[in-house]
Design a protein around this ligand. Structure first.
Ligand code: PLP
Length: 394
C-alpha cells in the first residue's frame, strides 16, 4: 500500500498553484498581456547582476570541482562565515559559521526546524493570516498546528496567543513582513509577545521557541525596518531564504540561524543537522552557496515593487477598499466588500484578473494579490477594481 496522507498531498494541489495553472492556460488563449495574473509570489525583478557575474566567474575561472562538489552538511564554512558577518554588521550580533546551517530555502529550513524540535503531542502556534504550506510542514513533521487569530490590524493578538499556549506548546511561528498581508509587526507587538513567551517558558519549565520565517526581511517599503527577533528573545530560530531578496526561488538556497543564546544551542544545532540528514537534505546547492558567499551584501532591488505598491494601495483606498498595511513583502490583502473572498475572486476572473481567495491563509473575507509583476499590469488592474466595487454598490 501507499501513504494515503502523501497521496492526498500530491493530488490535492494548492489553490495558489491551481490559479497559476489556470492563468497559464488563459494566457495561451487570450495572450499573456491580457491576463492580470496576481496569483503567485514569483519575483518579477531579475536576480542582481552580481549573481550572474559570480556564476560566470565560477564557470569560466574555477574547476567544476570547486563548485559542484558536496559541501559539509551544514554548508561551506566560508559561506557560513560571510552570512554570519553580514548579520553581525546589520544587527550588532556576534555570530560565526557555527550558528549558520545552509539549506535549500525557507521551506527546507522550516521542515528541518520542525523535524528537529517536534516530539509527540507537540503544538506549534501559527498566526493568522499565514503561508498555507505551514500546515503541511508542521503536520508532515508530526506536529499539531494551532491557529491564533490576529488583531484588527492583522498584527499579533497577544491575549489570543496566550489562550492558545499550553504545556504542549513547543514553538510559535512568526512571519514578518507577512505573506499574505505585507504587514510588518511593530516592535511593541513583538515585545508583548516575547514577554508572554518568557512568562510561559517559566510557567511550564521548558523552552518555547520563537521561529521567525523571514524570506521577505529586506523587502520593506518604510523607514522602519522589521525587528530582528533574536535580539528580542533568546530562544529564537530563524528560517531565511534568498528566494525573494535575490530573486532566486528556483535555485533553493537559504539558512537556519541558531544563535548562541538559544538554550543548549550546540545540541539544537546538532539536532538541526540530524533532522536535515533524516530528510535527505545532504547539503544546500554548492553553486548557490558560492553565489551567496559573494553576494550576501548585495541589496535587493525593490524599485518596481515599491512603485506597484504605492500606485495600487493609494487607488484601492480611494475606491473605498479595506486593505492591510502593505509595508513589506510584495502582497496586498484586500477585504472583499461582502466579506466573501471566493466571490471576489470569481468576479475578478470575469475580467481576467487572478487573485487568491483568503481562506487558504485563514481569512475567508480577504483576497491576496501579488504585486511582483510589471507595473503596466497594476495600472491596468485599477479599472477592474473600480468595476468590481461598483458591482457590490449596485
Ligand atoms: N515562507 C513564506 C512566508 C513564503 O511566502 C514562502 C514562499 O513564498 C516560503 C516560506 C518558502 O520559501 P522558499 O522558496 O525559500 O522555500
Amino acid at each position: 500500500m501507499i501513504s494515503k496522507k502523501m497521496l492526498d498531498l500530491g493530488t490535492k494541489r494548492s489553490v495558489i498553484r491551481d490559479i497559476f495553472e489556470y492563468g497559464n492556460k488563459l494566457a495561451k488563449e487570450i495572450g499573456a498581456e491580457n491576463v492580470l495574473d496576481f496569483s503567485l509570489g514569483n519575483p518579477s525583478t531579475p536576480a542582481p547582476r552580481e549573481v550572474a557575474n559570480t556564476i560566470k566567474y565560477m564557470v569560466e575561472g574555477l574547476s567544476p570541482k570547486d563548485y559542484n562538489s558536496y559541501t559539509s552538511s551544514a554548508g561551506d564554512t566560508d559561506t557560513r562565515l560571510e552570512v554570519a558577518k553580514n548579520l553581525n554588521k546589520r544587527f550588532s550580533t556576534d555570530y560565526t559559521d557555527k550558528n549558520i546551517f545552509m539549506t535549500c530555502g525557507a521551506s527546507a529550513s522550516l521542515n528541518i526546524i520542525f523535524k528537529a524540535i517536534i516530539e509527540s503531542d507537540d503544538e506549534i502556534i501559527v498566526n493568522i493570516p499565514y503561508f498555507p504550506e505551514y500546515k503541511v510542514f508542521i503536520e508532515g513533521q508530526g506536529g499539531k498546528p494551532v491557529f491564533a487569530k490576529c488583531s484588527e490590524n492583522l498584527c499579533l493578538d497577544i491575549s489570543e496567543i496566550e489562550n492558545k499556549i499550553n504545556e504542549n506548546t513547543k514553538a510559535i511561528l512568526i512571519n514578518s513582513p507577512n505573506n499574505p498581508s505585507g504587514v510588518i509587526y511593530p516592535k511593541e507587538n513583538l515585545s508583548a509577545l516575547t514577554e508572554l513567551l518568557e512568562r510561559k517558558q517559566n510557567e511550564y519549565s521548558h523552552p518555547i521557541f520563537l521561529i521567525s520565517d523571514e524570506p521577505y526581511r529586506e523587502l520593506v517599503f518604510t523607514d522602519e525596518k522589521p525587528e530582528f527577533l533574536p535580539n528580542l528573545y533568546n530562544n529564537t530560530l530563524v528560517a531565511y531564504s534568498w528566494s525573494k531578496s535575490l530573486s532566486l526561488p528556483g535555485e533553493r538556497i537559504g539558512y537556519i540561524l541558531v544563535p548562541n543564546k538559544v538554550k543548549n544551542h550546540e545540541d539544537v544545532f546538532a539536532t538541526v543537522g540530524g533532522a536535515a540528514r533524516v530528510l535527505g537534505h545532504v547539503c544546500a546547492p554548492s553553486m548557490f552557496q558560492y553565489v551567496v558567499k559573494s553576494c550576501v551584501d548585495v541589496e535587493p532591488n525593490i524599485g518596481v515593487y515599491r512603485t506597484n505598491r504605492n500606485i495600487l494601495f493609494k487607488e484601492l483606498l480611494k475606491m473605498g477598499y479595506t486593505v492591510a498595511n502593505p509595508d513589506g513583502a510584495f502582497y496586498m490583502f484586500i477585504k472583499s466588500p461582502n466579506n466573501d473572498g471566493y466571490d471576489f475572486c470569481e468576479r475578478a476572473k470575469k475580467y481576467h484578473m487572478l487573485l487568491v481567495p483568503g481562506e487558504g491563509f485563514g481569512m475567508k473575507e480577504y483576497v491576496r494579490l501579488s504585486f511582483c509583476v510589471e507595473t503596466k499590469k497594476i495600472e491596468k488592474s485599477i479599472d477592474v477594481f473600480k468595476k468590481i466595487i461598483s458591482e457590490y454598490d449596485g
